[in-house]
Design a protein around this ligand. Sequence first.
Ligand code: FES
Length: 122
Amino acid sequence: MPDVFVAKAAQFADGERRIVRAGATEIGVFHWQGQYYAYENLCVHQGGPACEGLIMHKVEDVIAPDRTWNGQKFSKDEIHFVCPWHGYEYDLKTGECAADRKLRLKSFEVVKRGEDVYVVAG
Ligand code: FES
């Protein structure tokens, strides 16, 4: 299958995403902190459009040295996107399901050719 054009790099700002189609497959492409990530837009739970969901920093519990719970905070490093159907969360940098790291979205390579961004679909 030929590579799929995603966007002109200048028109695909950091923090944005695009949904492209490669034949019958939808692919979500993320531009995050200077890197590109691409995953099949098909949630491992019930096939929802996982890549179209909210992008947010992982919520982490804050545990004190005495093991008491001190509330929650947003992770500085780990970013998730959340399937809009039932809330499965995926690590934006790996495609792994946050609740079960054995589950992951199918990933695709993203390449930049000149000023154009492509997904290697096949
Ligand atoms: S289909 Fe994605 S959480 Fe259910």
